[in-house]
Ligand binder design. Structure first.
Ligand code: PMP
Length: 915
């Protein structure tokens, strides 16, 4: 960089072979793009004579041309880092905007032979392949190129031609904010060629980035198409051109390395270029093109099998529904390694003659928690028979006996039966004639001739494969085809939700998965994607706990009524709750939620003290009722929280020793300040009736209060006649590992305790536990009744949850696995500065992200993007805190050590490869 006046500029000396006219063309194209789009491009300095190019002499005496270019701040998207969907869309839009801006650009300097012009690939490759020493690679590259060219050549004449950037890749796309692309550099490959070459080159450059598979790259196609509609011919050649680009990149790297073996840049690039080629050729061209067409919103017709004679007798066929919500898969049965075979065996043992799976159904039996979407869709039907079953030919055709079964060819389609097959015929067969006999299990597929059907594919790839693989169900078993309920389409369901559920009752994620099942600390969506649930604190004992399910079902069958009746469960539950608390807290109120519990706790405090004024801690959330909302000041939950307080609500600083007014050893000052506020309110004639606080700062990610904080404030409040109310809704009930209640960590005993969430494992359940004296003071308000609070079903839920926490040692698990995880996360933070610290205890952890470890500037946008990427990697977690820069890690308490490892592995991948 040299300084030419006020603006930093870049002196760019072109290769001596580049003519001044070409550089002037690039300057003019850049000016046009800058004028017509919002894209940042490096504009050249214009000399007084109107030109932008100057001849310079190089040290070796050669003459070259140079320009002074504007310096674009930011950096490129080079390297293997992850590109998120919104980033990929932005790249697609950049490419389209560039092409729209240059649509009418004409300049002789842009009409020139260029090695990277995709029109010339066959000639260029012929030359480059001479340098590829490895014969197998050479053959492969030639095959890739020939196969792709065979698609391109017939429509070449129909492809629109214009001047394009020609190298609009990750290396030349610039981001100003470190994430979103907003600029393009290096117009050195500007040339007049097929317009669609632009997008092909851009697309290929995405394919080596971490976590960018074919469906993810398609976001660029969708974005491009929304700005500039591609023609039918362009859509058909786009992926073949990606494959050609991949072949040229690899061949060219070998060529450079042949002539310059020490070229480290080329050697490093080759690794990425091989990844691009591998991805470009990972599926047959027609499948990739179907993906392209769908991404562009253009029809890609599915392949149908013609009607035929049913191959099997339809009687006694049992459909094996393997979809995520199938009742066959309850209680974790899908996790057994041989689940499919076991289910088929069970069905046959129960009397079915034949079992058949549902074609192309996402199978939960094939899904596992993992970082990338699994191959869960089988593009065929699996059969199992209890006794040998004859298969008839559905159509007239030619049969080949294959290594694993038979293949019937008819009308461009190949019907295969592979597995335990005997008595296969071969040669010509007529419709209805015997084909073979199935003796155990077999898979039936029907695909376009020449297409190999993979064992299974991802949900995102399945529709594209369906354009070359047909559903054989109807020809297999006739009209009574194996069907199962269609899963809801996520987008349609979301639209219906938005039209019916109040919008302000928000949902996680912009494009939320449709959740259909939970099991322990796992969640499963309708596409059979399995997620690690690091978020659901309410689900204390784990999703779908069989003991709870059975207990609830039993109680529903027996009785559910209200607490005015006399029945054992409410008594047993109240006794159990009281026994968990210090002796003097022995009276229990049963309600249905945390908001109700805190609301009731405050009403009790007011009734008991006869005072209205409440002192609460800032940045906390206590509920949505009028009263609990009045004392909630978390701006993450309500941006106007601090300015809309009634005059009887008083607040003290959030005693956050990590960020806030008093830090580290100075945090003791929070208690002194809070006590001073209690004294001030008493002196002002508005003494505090209730002091309300979470016993561990939950909303900020589980930050412990400074030692002695609650003891000091409780004592000051009590000395003026007030009472201490503990909100244990989030942090209580064993989650902290070391302590069952948060107040134990502070070594205090509150006067009133509000509990909810974990008590019910998701069933609406809340409780207030206090002394007999305070409980009795409610009489001044009338009598207490909650229609469903403490019902037989709710009480049984509460009892069973407590039994499971005890019997499965879940509090101990929280302590042990939580400590292990905290240590691993802390270690991760040593290698990734953005992970500033890890708050919390047990299964209430708060990894906090900061931009700067000196100033603790919160990394808010980063945290949101990290959560989104974690979701794409199969981990559900959300930000918390007023700065939304802390992960709220509070999983079901059955979270295992291996789940902790999986959580760390996913977070490490995100921190290493980006978001
Ligand atoms: N108190 C605290 C500390 C909470 O976190 C919440 C819920 N987030 C509540 C009270 C309110 O509980 P609920 O949503 O069950 O009404």
């Amino acid at each position: 960089m040299i300084d030419a006046g006020a603006e930093p500029r870049l002196l760019k000396i072109a290769n001596p072979e580049v003519a001044a006219a070409e550089l002037e063309a690039q300057s003019r194209a850049a000016a046009l793009v800058a004028q017509r789009t919002g894209i940042r491009v490096p504009l050249p300095h214009v000399f007084p004579d109107g030109t932008t190019v100057r001849a310079v002499r190089l040290p070796d005496g050669a003459e070259a041309h140079a320009r002074l270019l504007e310096f674009l701040p930011g950096h490129t998207l080079s390297g293997p880092r992850h590109l998120a969907p919104d980033v990929i869309r932005a790249i697609g839009r950049l490419a389209a905007s560039f092409d729209v801006a240059l649509a009418d650009f004409a300049d002789p300097g842009a009409d020139r032979p260029n090695q990277w012009d995709l029109r010339r690939t066959q000639d260029v490759l012929a030359d480059l392949l001479l340098s590829v020493a490895d014969e197998a690679l050479r053959d492969r590259l030639r095959t890739v190129a020939d196969t792709a060219w065979a698609v391109v050549a017939p429509v070449a004449g129909a492809l629109p031609v214009q001047v394009i950037h020609g190298d609009l890749t990750d290396d030349n796309v610039v981001t100003g904010d470190g994430r979103m692309p907003d600029g393009v550099i290096d117009l050195g490959d500007l040339n007049r060629t097929w317009r669609v070459g632009e997008l092909a080159i851009t697309l290929s450059s995405l394919l080596h980035h971490d976590g960018v598979d074919l469906p993810a790259a398609m976001e660029a196609v969708t974005a491009y198409q929304s700005e500039l509609a591609l023609t039918d011919a362009e859509l058909d050649v786009l992926w073949p051109l990606v494959a050609l680009r991949g072949a040229v990149l690899v061949a060219s790297a070998h060529h450079v390395l042949r002539t310059d073996p020490g070229n480290r840049y080329a050697a490093e690039n080759l690794v990425h270029e091989e990844l691009i080629l591998a991805a470009a050729t990972s599926v047959p061209l027609p499948v990739a093109t179907a993906l392209v067409r769908r991404a562009a919103g253009v029809d890609a017709p599915l392949l149908d099998a013609p009607a035929g004679v049913p191959m099997l007798d339809a009687e006694a066929i049992e459909v094996l529904d393997l979809a995520p919500a199938s009742p066959l898969l309850d209680e974790g049965r899908w996790l057994a390694p041989d689940a499919e075979a076991a289910l088929a065996r069970d069905a046959l043992a129960a009397g079915a003659r034949v079992t058949a799976t549902v074609f192309a159904q996402p199978r939960l039996t094939r899904a596992r928690p993992g970082q990338d979407p699994g191959d869960v869709v089988v593009l065929g039907v699996d059969l199992a028979v209890s006794a040998p079953a004859a298969l008839r030919a559905p159509w007239r055709g030619e049969v080949d006996v294959t290594a694993d079964g038979i293949a019937l060819r008819a009308g461009g389609l190949v019907l295969r039966v592979a597995g335990d097959v005997s008595d296969a015929v071969s040669g010509a067969v007529g419709a209805g004639e015997l084909l073979a006999v199935v003796r155990g299990s077999a898979r039936v597929t029907a695909a376009r001739d020449g297409v190999g059907v993979p064992e299974a594919v991802t949900v995102a790839m399945a529709p594209a494969w369906r354009t070359v693989v047909a559903d054989p169900t109807a020809v297999l078993i006739g009209d009574s085809a194996a069907t199962a309920p269609e899963p809801p389409d996520p987008a349609t369901l979301l639209a219906r939700r938005e039209a019916s559920v109040a919008e302000v009752q928000e949902h996680y994620f912009a494009e939320p998965p449709v959740m259909v099942r939970g099991w322990r600390e796992l969640l499963v969506d309708a596409d059979a994607r399995v997620y690690l649930d690091a978020l659901n604190n309410v689900t204390s004992i784990g999703h779908a706990h069989p003991r709870l399910v059975d207990a609830v079902a039993r109680q529903w069958r027996l009785l559910n009524t209200n607490s005015r009746f006399h029945y054992p469960a409410i008594v047993e539950f109240a006794e159990r709750l009281a026994a968990l608390l210090p002796d003097r807290l022995d009276r229990v109120f049963l309600v249905n939620s945390g908001s109700e519990a805190v609301d009731l706790a405050l009403r009790l405090a007011r009734a008991h003290t006869g005072r209205r004024d409440i002192l609460a801690v800032r940045e906390a959330y206590h509920g949505w009722t009028d009263l609990t909302d009045a004392v909630s000041t978390s701006i993450a939950d309500n941006p106007n929280a601090l300015t809309t307080r009634p005059e009887w609500v008083h607040t003290v600083d959030a005693p956050n020793a990590f960020r806030g007014r008093h830090r580290g050893p100075d945090a003791a000052q929070y208690a002194i300040d809070a006590v001073a506020e209690v004294e001030r309110l008493a002196a002002a004639g508005t003494p505090v009736g209730a002091f309300l606080a979470e016993t561990l700062f939950g909303n900020a990610g589980g930050i412990p209060l400074p030692d002695g904080y609650l003891a000091a404030v409780y004592s000051a409040v009590r000395s003026h006649g007030g009472v201490a109310v503990a909100d244990e809704v989030q942090v209580g009930y064993g989650r902290l590992g070391e302590w069952f209640w948060g107040f134990e960590q502070q070594e205090v005993v509150p006067d009133i305790v509000a509990v909810a969430k974990a008590m019910g494992n998701g069933h609406p359940l809340g409780a207030v536990i206090t002394s007999a004296e305070i409980a009795e003071s409610y009489r001044t308000q009338g009598y207490f009744f909650s229609s469903a609070g403490g019902s037989p079903v709710s009480s049984v839920v509460g009892l069973t949850v407590l039994d499971v926490i005890r019997d499965e040692r879940l509090q101990e698990n929280a302590r042990e696995v939580g400590a292990y995880l905290k240590e691993r996360l802390t270690e991760l933070g040593r290698r990734h500065p953005v992970l500033g610290t890890v708050h919390g205890f047990g299964f209430y952890l708060g990894p906090e992200f900061v931009r700067d470890r000196e100033t603790w500037e919160p990394a808010t946008a980063e945290t949101a993007a990290i959560c989104d990427r974690l979701r794409r990697l199969g981990v559900i977690i959300q930000p918390t805190g007023d700065h939304q820069n802390v992960l709220k890690f509070k999983p079901p308490m059955c979270f295992t050590r291996s789940s902790a490892d999986a959580f760390v592995a996913a977070l490490e991948r995100v921190l290493t490869t980006g978001w």
